[in-house]
Design a protein around this ligand. Structure first.
Ligand code: FES
Length: 173
């Protein structure tokens, strides 16, 4: 695995006047999670999921606000968010297509599925369509090896894919 470094010291952060974590959202986090965890910092992952679910991605300003809420340095929360591939630090499409590329799917011809999705959407893995409808991602094992090759469309699992039925799944969206 290669480490990719970016010059984040000069990065421009888009900011808006309205906070992403309103008092109402923070109250909801408090009620939903505070009693389940030993301290605020331990709430980091569910809070990241909540923010992404709400906004469909993790804006940097929202990460800063969440870090303050959790009593963490923003850099630590950013480290956490960048560690997991399911967190998006850029806006993504309305639907996210996750094609599994791990070994069971690979031997069951995942390459053909990837090629079909790419052709159908006109984008490569890691890209979003111009109309912001689809983001296409490759992921490691999603725990459905018995149904390889498989993919997730948002949170719905599709197994035993072929170039034909993957096209049908995309057409229905
Ligand atoms: S290898 Fe694809 S689901 Fe496990």
């Amino acid at each position: 695995m290669a480490w990719i470094t970016k010059p984040s010291g000069t990065m421009q952060i888009d900011r808006r006047d309205t906070p992403y974590l309103t008092d109402e959202i923070k109250d909801a986090f408090e009620k939903r999670y505070a009693h389940r965890y030993p301290n605020r910092q331990a709430m980091a992952l569910p809070i990241l999921h909540e923010i992404q679910h709400h906004y469909n991605w993790l804006p940097y300003q929202a990460l800063e606000e969440a870090a303050e809420f959790l009593g963490l340095e923003a850099s630590k929360l950013l480290d956490t968010a960048t560690f997991y591939e399911e967190f998006f630090l850029q806006p993504r499409g309305k639907h996210t297509i996750w094609v599994c590329q791990s070994v069971s799917c690979e031997v069951m011809n995942e390459a053909k599925i990837t090629e079909t999705v790419s052709e159908k959407l006109g984008i490569q893995p890691g890209e979003t369509t111009d109309d912001d409808k689809f983001t296409f991602m490759k992921v490691e094992c999603i725990g459905a090896c018995g149904g390889a090759p498989c993919m997730l469309v948002d949170e719905t699992l599709h197994e035993n894919l072929t170039p034909n039925n993957v096209g049908d799944v995309l057409d229905k969206l």
